[in-house]
Design a protein around this ligand. Structure first.
Ligand SMILES: CC(C)(COP(=O)(O)OP(=O)(O)OC[C@H]1O[C@@H](n2cnc3c(N)ncnc32)[C@H](O)[C@@H]1OP(=O)(O)O)[C@@H](O)C(=O)NCCC(=O)NCCS
Length: 229
């Protein structure tokens, strides 16, 4: 499969796929991963691991033309995975509810995040803890939209933290975004004006999901999400 420099490819896999696809995912795991699956305590966690890691290997195999189990996957110091076989091929993964999504890019780092929009008993607490005063006003302004806005904004912050490879090393309340003209923009990190131009694009896998993809190059063309199973 060819991934041109100006493109980002998006994929979505169901965590409850066909038996044929599940077996393909299992067969794609490396020897070490095959060993690891026998140690999972909960069958549901084992199944999710087989699907998300197996599908990642199947997709990487298509791009790299290397047998899926032989692809060398490593992690940066803060946990972001990459492949030693082609360090120009950047990718990122997210899962929520019954789905896993993948983004692949050859135009620099990419971050992806999805969240199933759901009722949270501690919603107000989470808003209080993770968002700035300005962000809180935006999220809570419209009661009917509050849950939806919260999850959308959450994916914006998390996809950004994943694009830069920080993950939870940088607490989300250190980031301040504005939302204007249907666009999210990163204003400041730890109160310091942010000069890097990251782009935040919305995507949807289902009506009850929020999704954001973060990347750098303005010219990038993002593919329609491809469902595989
Ligand atoms: C890394 C992190 C961002 C993952 O978030 P998550 O919602 O738990 O899980 P997701 O399914 O979206 O992403 C998991 C994948 O991210 C990738 N990942 C792990 N560490 C990463 C890092 N430092 N940077 C980028 N990607 C990372 C991995 O591929 C991982 O999948 P794996 O565990 O199967 O290998 C998370 O651990 C984290 O740091 N979360 C806290 C950030 C936070 O509080 N955000 C609130 C926003 S308001």
């Amino acid at each position: 499969m060819l991934l041109k420099k100006g493109e980002i490819h998006l994929y979505c896999v169901l965590l409850n796929p066909s038996t044929v696809f599940f077996e393909k995912c299992r067969a794609a795991l490396s020897e070490k991963e095959q060993e690891r699956i026998s140690y999972f305590k909960f069958p549901s966690v084992q199944k999710s691991f087989i699907i998300s890691q197996g599908a990642l290997r199947l997709l990487l195999s298509d791009y790299l033309n290397i047998d899926a189990p032989k692809i060398q996957i490593s992690k940066h110091s803060k946990g972001k995975p990459f492949t030693i076989d082609d360090t120009d091929l950047c990718f990122n993964i997210s899962n929520s509810g019954g789905y896993v999504v993948y983004a692949f890019s050859r135009a620099g780092e990419v971050g992806i995040d999805i969240e199933k929009i759901r009722t949270l008993p501690d919603l107000d607490e989470l808003i209080e803890k993770n968002f700035s005063a300005k962000e809180k006003t935006f999220i809570s302004k419209n009661k009917a939209e509050k849950e939806k806005r919260f999850f959308k904004f959450w994916t914006v912050k998390e996809a950004y933290l994943k694009a830069i490879g920080e993950g939870m090393r940088l607490s989300p309340d250190n980031l301040e975004f504005t939302f204007e003209n249907n666009n999210y923009e990163l204003d400041a990190i730890k109160g310091v004006f942010e000069q890097e131009d990251w782009l935040f694009t919305d995507f949807s896998i289902a009506t009850d999901y929020a999704g954001t993809i973060v990347y750098k190059d303005k010219q990038t063309k993002i593919s329609e999400i491809k469902f595989i199973n």
